[in-house]
Design a binder for this molecule. Structure first.
Ligand SMILES: Nc1ncnc2c1ncn2[C@@H]1O[C@H](COP(=O)(O)OP(=O)(O)O)[C@@H](O)[C@H]1O
Ligand SMILES: [Mg+2]
Length: 255
């Protein structure tokens, strides 16, 4: 089985700054893989490269062996890669359900022309979208809040709504950028169970998260970035006991 995602010698330079330097890693289907490292290490930049927001300066991204390097974000969503953002991006004045329905459209076959030319099929698709939105909301436990405005949700629920929206595009690979940020201990525990449930549904997860207990408790594999380079990679146990990691990352965190 080829890896679901393969990053090969990826670098990106902003102005004079090399934010990500020649990194290579693979994500196998069905795994929960975490990307950790100090602030500014390049984690979100890696997500932006995978999801088509940035085009790398050099290197290649493969999704199921297809070279997707530099493809536009909407195309990447269409291939089956969805993401959430480190800073919540919701339509605050739309309902919870409508925020999720927007996610469904990213991967639906009906584009603008489809809406004009194939009205019948589009109607069927609209029903499909409503069903998918409902399913996604049920997965994150927000089914009973579907008619609330996004802005009226608690912070933790807004983060869950972002996950629901990403799920609504039926991704094979889900990128989560600091999903537990700002959550209390109880919410984090719930989120961990939710991510495991999503994983059991067959969705492969790539996660950026600062909470070490969270990362160690959920990951099959961990990749450690520092100054744009991979300094360690392994199981939670291996990474936790790696002196290089303790020095570069856990050491800084303790400061
Ligand atoms: N669009 C951009 N323009 C210039 N510099 C950027 C841009 N995006 C990220 N960077 C820089 O790249 C580095 C890595 O940032 P980022 O990936 O956000 O780190 P992390 O998510 O690990 O905290 C930082 O030095 C950041 O300032
Ligand atoms: Mg970041």
């Amino acid at each position: 089985m080829p890896p679901l995602l393969k990053m090969e010698n990826i670098s990106i330079v902003f102005g004079g700054l090399t934010a990500v330097e020649s990194i290579s890693f693979e994500v196998e289907k069905g795994r929960i893989v975490s990307l950790i490292g100090p602030n500014g290490a390049g984690k979100s930049t890696v997500f932006n490269i995978i999801s088509g927001i940035y085009s790398p300066t050099s290197g290649s991204v493969y999704f199921l062996e297809k070279d997707i390097t530099g493809d536009r974000a909407y195309k990447i969503t269409g291939y089956g890669i969805a993401r959430t953002f480190q800073n919540i991006r919701l339509f605050k004045n739309l309902t919870v359900a409508d925020n999720v329905r927007i996610g469904c459209h990213s991967r639906s076959r009906a584009g603008f022309m489809g809406a004009v030319l194939r009205a019948g099929r589009v109607k069927g698709e609209e029903r499909g979208i409503t069903d998918r939105a409902k399913e996604s909301l049920a997965v994150v436990g927000l089914a009973d809040k579907s008619e609330d405005l996004a802005k009226n949700l608690s912070y933790g629920d807004q983060r869950k709504l972002e996950i629901a929206r990403a799920l609504a595009s039926s991704p094979e690979l889900l990128l989560l950028d600091e999903p537990a940020a700002g959550m209390n201990a109880g919410e984090k525990q719930g989120l961990m169970e939710m991510i495991k449930a999503i994983s059991h549904m067959g969705v492969t997860i790539l996660l950026v998260e600062h909470d070490m207990k969270f990362v160690m408790g959920i990951s099959d594999h961990i990749i450690v970035l520092d100054y744009g380079q991979i300094i360690a990679s392994g199981t939670p146990e291996e990474v936790q006991n790696d002196p290089v990691v303790i020095e570069a990352y856990l050491g800084k965190e303790a400061d």
